[in-house]
Design a protein around this ligand. Sequence first.
Ligand code: SAM
Length: 198
Amino acid sequence: MTQNPPPFAPRGEALLHFRKWLRHGRSVAALTPSGQALSAASVSRVSSKDPQTIVELGAGTGAVTRAAAARMHPDSRLIAIECDPDFARMLEQTVPRAEAVCASAMSLQAILAARGVTQVDVVLNGLPTPSLPPAQRAAIYQAIARLPGRPWVSQLTVMPWVYLRFYRRFFEEVRFAPAWRNLPPAGVYHCRGLRCAH
Ligand SMILES: C[S@@+](CC[C@H](N)C(=O)[O-])C[C@H]1O[C@@H](n2cnc3c(N)ncnc32)[C@H](O)[C@@H]1O
């Protein structure tokens, strides 16, 4: 039976997220896990009808992971990558339907190869992409660009429209979907056709 994700992150998750934000700031980027409205907007390219392979980058405590797991087809595969070991452990416990991987998204290619993944349909990107060091961002985008097919890359943000031009530099197609009910107002850049990694 599929369950709706809770409207807010459970208290333990929110507390851990806040502590990590205090310690790591820029790489965690948000004070709290994504709320229900933003998580739902992030997974709108996840299909309930067709089996897919879904890869999540920067899964945190699993707010978006839970929404994807609740929405996806029972035969879909969900690989959730998170570099922080405490977040990854929590992810493993709270979203057993996902394959939690504690690693940097920079190792995306190796992670997928080790799991025999040859096709990816959707990338859920929770990484703070604009504020990543350029070399790190380039490595991650190069790995995404090498994925076969033309996967949607759904990039969450708490800066509605601000980064439209930024993502248009990288992708042929960018559509912004606001999530007004999120606090603070947020949204998702749904991107496709990565040109090349700068
Ligand atoms: C803005 S938080 C998003 C968390 C979660 N997706 C959510 O929506 O609540 C960004 C997450 O990306 C993770 N992160 C940052 N750089 C990373 C990297 N290179 N590889 C994997 N995870 C990374 C951080 O540890 C953090 O959990």
